[in-house]
Design a protein around this ligand. Structure first.
Ligand SMILES: Nc1ncnc2c1ncn2[C@@H]1O[C@H](COP(=O)(O)OP(=O)(O)OP(=O)(O)O)[C@@H](O)[C@H]1O
Ligand SMILES: [Mg+2]
Length: 379
């Protein structure tokens, strides 16, 4: 029985990781070029569904292949403490500790209610010791090290990030100060991933100079030609065929949005499968695109609007005329006929909810991909 190769599920590795070659190259060079290489501290940003989680998975795979130890964490209150626990445990791999719901309020100290008080200096020190101890253990070979990946960085408290940054920085400095040859020095690599807007907030904060120095990697739409080729290759590998024109049409419908690539691929493949056919036809593509659109609306657009106030929805409708371009605040005032303070109030609320983002001076735009189109369609 043939199996659908496409993976339209959050965090699931796609059959082909499209268009991330340069990020992977920079990361790999960071590991190979030893302490001080830029790729050893990375900050990956991207909107929902652009492939941050799967890129971190790929980074860990690459590091493991090079005999590095890997630790995978998702940011939420207490992440620094969980890192310490993970480092102190004995297993060779320490995957995903349990995640408590995010209650951190970025920028406000001690937002981790009911958790350890992270404002004290003990966490960075303990974390630093835990990393050092782990590095010194016989489990890590010469020239190798520990890779820490932190997903959902926007949910981390500033305190946690500072703790982690301080610890990594100190460990790195003390390794640099030893007279071991560079090729034999053990090291730490750390990759943070998160939503663009919130990470920007963190990066602008004075305390996180560390993050500002990180190598930035902004995940964008992937090239349509690569999407087309990935469709052709994945389809053939799965025992089916499709022609070049159809693959191109399917690729165009994805807009290069990685999650949409998996949705369109999944549903076009399934459409042929339902007919017990090994050939994906033009009709299968059309059906696949339609099904993918519905699934996308359900998975991304509808939840984004869920729970918004009617005033916020009204605000959003005033943006659709300009979509996909940004909208001037002045136009929102005139289109809605509301006061400037009404517009400012809901602008702030929607930015906080990450539904819209500031797009330069006096401009706002949708922060959720395809949302403008969805609102137009469902108006
Ligand atoms: N480079 C890529 N090529 C093809 N498909 C991809 C790529 N990156 C991610 N995907 C697919 O897109 C979907 C979303 O990926 P992922 O969960 O990693 O996104 P994310 O940025 O972590 O999203 P979120 O912010 O919601 O956590 C998955 O179905 C995944 O298989
Ligand atoms: Mg993710």
């Amino acid at each position: 029985m043939a199996m659908n190769p496409f993976k339209p599920t959050a965090g699931k590795m796609p059959p082909i990781l499209i268009g991330r070659e340069s990020a992977i190259e920079e990361f790999t060079e960071g590991l190979d070029n030893g302490a001080g290489a830029p790729g050893r501290i990375m900050l990956v940003t991207g909107q929902r569904g652009f492939g941050k989680t799967v890129l971190l998975t790929e980074f860990r795979r690459i590091a493991s292949e090079r005999k590095w130890q890997v630790i995978s964490e998702t940011a939420s209150p207490g992440v620094a403490q969980r890192l310490i626990d993970a480092l102190a445990s004995n297993g060779p791999h320490i995957e995903q500790a349990s995640i408590s719901p995010s209650i951190g309020i970025p920028g406000i100290a001690n937002a981790s209610l009911g958790q350890i008080n992270l404002s004290s200096n003990t966490i960075p020190l303990t974390l630093r010791n835990a990393i050092s101890k782990r590095l010194q253990s016989g489990k890590i070979g010469k020239g190798k090290g520990i890779l820490i990946t932190i997903d959902e960085t926007q949910a981390a408290s500033i305190d946690d990030l500072v703790a982690i940054a301080t610890a990594v920085q100190h460990v790195t400095t003390s390794i640099d100060e030893t007279d071991i040859p560079d090729t034999e020095k053990k090291g730490v690599a750390i990759v943070f991933a998160g939503l663009p807007s919130v990470v920007n907030d963190l990066v602008n904060d004075n305390v996180t100079t560390f993050l500002r120095r990180a190598l930035r990697c902004e995940l964008d739409n992937v090239p349509l030609l690569d999407v087309k080729n990935a469709f052709l290759e994945s389809v053939v590998d799965s025992g089916k065929t499709m022609n070049d024109d159809d693959a191109w049409r399917a690729a165009q419908a994805t807009d290069g949005y990685p999650y949409m690539v998996q949705l369109v691929g999944y549903y076009m493949w399934q459409s042929a499968q339902r007919r017990h056919s090994d050939v994906i036809t033009g009709d299968d593509i059309a059906a696949g695109i339609a099904d993918a659109q519905i699934a996308f609306d359900d998975a991304v657009c509808a939840p984004a609007l869920d729970g918004l106030k009617s005033a916020e929805i009204e605000f959003l409708h005033a943006l659709t005329a300009d979509y996909p371009k940004a909208t001037a605040i002045g136009d929102i005032t005139s289109r809605t006929g509301r006061s400037r303070s009404w517009v400012n109030k809901y602008r702030a609320a929607l930015i906080k909810d990450r539904v819209i983002r500031s797009a330069g001076h006096g401009l706002v735009a949708f922060a959720v991909p395809h949302l403008g189109e969805y609102l137009k369609r469902t108006a």
